[in-house]
Design a binder for this molecule. Structure first.
Ligand code: IMP
Length: 201
């Protein structure tokens, strides 16, 4: 697991509850195996959902939760129903989907970012995409749900490397890279190549 980087440190879920003065945010990576091929030849491999936010940055679905209002997962599911409108589709994040927590003291506020990953079927993922455009936050806090390209095109930059040059909110870029690694969605060599190509741009 990512141990933290500039401004972020890994914390355990339990320890994070006793940190004074921190707000808690929960986000989730929903993903599904995708057997399709781009242009009939490039394997798409996985469909991973992120979203274009109101501030032009890319992040995962989720948001602030107040641990005094119930479990982290209850708070996350509430946020998801506003952003994705997905509870009617029966999508519920549970403690079993928990991946990591990272604390930051970066301004404007101290935050613990909890992260979850959940594999769903491609049918379920398509339903989430469809219901997202009907959700309360669509066109306001969320400008649109997007899929992350996992392949790298022949020019060595198009695809995941170009995607990684976007501006991400908080530690969302690290959460994405960590998930690609820990869920074995890309090999370490593919991941490192995409990260370094994104820097050379
Ligand atoms: P808001 O969505 O702008 O209200 O952000 C709530 C908090 O969660 C802020 O501290 C953001 O930096 C953080 N945040 C928002 N989206 C993500 C994400 O996808 N991953 C990690 N942190 C995020």
């Amino acid at each position: 697991m990512w141990q933290g980087g500039p401004g972020y440190r890994a914390v355990s879920r339990r320890d994070s509850r006793s940190l004074a003065g921190y707000k808690h945010a929960c986000h989730v990576l929903l993903y599904a195996a995708e057997p399709g091929r781009l242009f009939g030849r490039i394997p798409v491999r996985q469909a991973l959902l992120m979203q274009m936010r109101f501030d032009g940055k890319i992040g995962f679905p989720g948001g602030f939760v107040d641990p005094r209002d119930g479990s982290l997962e209850e708070g996350l599911n509430r946020e998801l129903s506003e952003e994705l409108g997905c509870e009617p589709n029966g999508l519920r994040i549970t403690e079993g989907d928990y991946a990591s927590s990272h604390a930051t003291e970066a301004l404007p506020q101290k935050v613990v970012a909890h992260f979850y990953t959940k594999r769903i079927s491609l049918d379920e993922l398509r339903k989430v995409e469809l219901s997202a455009v009907q959700a309360k936050d669509h066109g306001r806090e969320v400008m649109g749900i997007i899929r992350v390209p996992l392949y790298t095109l022949r020019d060595g930059f198009g695809g995941l490397p170009a995607f990684l040059t976007n501006t991400f909110i908080g530690n969302a870029r690290e959460q994405l890279i960590d998930a690609l690694r820990s869920l074995h969605l890309l090999s370490e060599a593919e991941l490192q190549a995409a990260i370094s190509a994104s820097r050379d741009g």
